[in-house]
Design a protein around this ligand. Structure first.
Ligand SMILES: Nc1ncnc2c1ncn2[C@@H]1O[C@H](COP(=O)(O)OP(=O)(O)OP(=O)(O)O)[C@@H](O)[C@H]1O
Length: 344
């Protein structure tokens, strides 16, 4: 069942088209991650959904009811939408219990009981109820911010880069805890993030934004493996882009003949391989398929520049397991697993 529906949303700030015909559907209980380059309109979109901005055109439907269009808007506090921002925005002078209970119309004992239950839910110790935000770590503050947003039992939760201020380990742990809380509560969630790995791990629907509109929306694996264009491919992770001549399901590339899934396409194009499809093995003596012309050691992997043989030399960079690869000048055999992707 559809919970959130955005139809052709437009929003201008002066001459800047922050949103330019945004269309999106989120089903009940789903987790959507929105990714895109800086300035593409992600935060503006969340602010429109939350009710902090009004659209110039288009409409927002929540549970089938129109909550905003250019003419009329349901006020933010009546939308039943929770929001957690990058810095949590806790009230610094209030204790954890008062932060969580803020805005709840209930007696103190009821607020305390609800805060205590929510603290449990986000995996924090009850001893923290009396603390002020500056007595908590960054990860703990974000969990309290989530508890506060959950207190009003929102239909929809908006997360605007809520983990970005946390360091790597804490970030992963907090994200996992938050994801579990939201999916246990069955709350439909929209996450905006700059971290593509986070988006792929968190979401069951990935929406890639560019220039104020979505260029691709789909299951994270589908979007990662079959991006609509090279820019999306590169944005979502390491991509090896190869010039190709394609006929009847086969692509002639600098890496040899590769299978492609599209049996109809014919002609010159660029095809995509993800690095996990490529295996690189050092060969002693003999020619191999290419030579390592640059190498940056990075522990478990090395980032190498591979230059392929043939009359027209072709190079690309890729991370490879470091165990077998020693130094620039190593000759290597290259294997490819699975089909190359042709952009539609
Ligand atoms: N209040 C405003 N007044 C004028 N321009 C604005 C305003 N808010 C956003 N913009 C512009 O609208 C565009 C979209 O901004 P937005 O903050 O939505 O992008 P974003 O994708 O969230 O960026 P980032 O990833 O850097 O946070 C940008 O060009 C921005 O400069």
């Amino acid at each position: 069942m559809t919970l959130l529906q955005l139809n052709f949303l437009n929003k201008h700030f002066g001459a800047v088209a922050a949103l330019d015909g945004v269309h999106l559907t989120a089903t009940s209980g789903s987790r959507t991650a929105i990714v895109g380059p800086s300035g593409c309109g992600k935060t503006t979109l969340l602010r429109l959904i939350a009710g902090f901005e009004t659209p110039d055109a288009g409409e927002i439907l929540l549970d089938g009811h129109r909550i905003a269009d250019a003419d009329a808007q349901v006020p933010a506090h009546l939308r039943n939408i929770g929001i957690v921002a990058q810095d949590g925005c806790l009230f610094p002078h209030l204790s954890v219990v008062d932060n969580i209970g803020f805005g709840l119309k209930a007696e103190r004992a009821v607020k305390l009981a609800r805060a205590s239950e929510l603290l449990d839910m986000v995996g924090l110790d009850q001893a923290m109820l009396a603390r002020k935000p500056d007595q908590l770590s960054g990860g703990q503050q974000q969990r309290v911010a989530l508890a506060r947003a959950l207190a009003r039992k929102p239909r929809l939760m908006l997360l605007d880069e809520p983990f970005s201020a946390l360091d790597t380990g804490l970030r992963a742990a907090t994200r996992k805890a938050v994801t579990e809380v939201l999916s246990t509560a069955g709350i439909t969630t929209i996450l905006v993030t700059h971290d593509q790995g986070e988006a792929l791990a968190f979401a069951d629907q990935l929406a890639v934004m560019r220039g104020g509109r979505f260029v691709q929306v789909g299951h994270p694996r589908e979007v990662y493996e079959r991006p609509v264009d090279a820019a999306t491919a590169v944005f979502l992770g390491e991509a090896v882009l190869l010039p190709a001549v394609v006929t009847a399901g086969r692509a002639q590339t600098p890496l040899g003949v590769l299978a492609v899934e599209d049996l109809e396409f014919r002609g010159q194009t660029t095809v995509l391989l993800r690095p996990e499809q490529i295996s690189v093995r050092r060969v002693e003596g003999g020619e191999g398929d290419g030579v390592i012309t640059d190498l940056v050691f990075g522990g478990s992997t090395c980032n190498v520049c591979l230059t392929l043989g043939g009359t027209e030399a072709f190079s690309f960079r890729i991370d490879v397991p470091s165990r077998d690869i020693r130094s620039a000048g190593d000759r290597v055999a290259i294997g490819v697993d699975g089909p190359a992707h042709i952009f539609p």
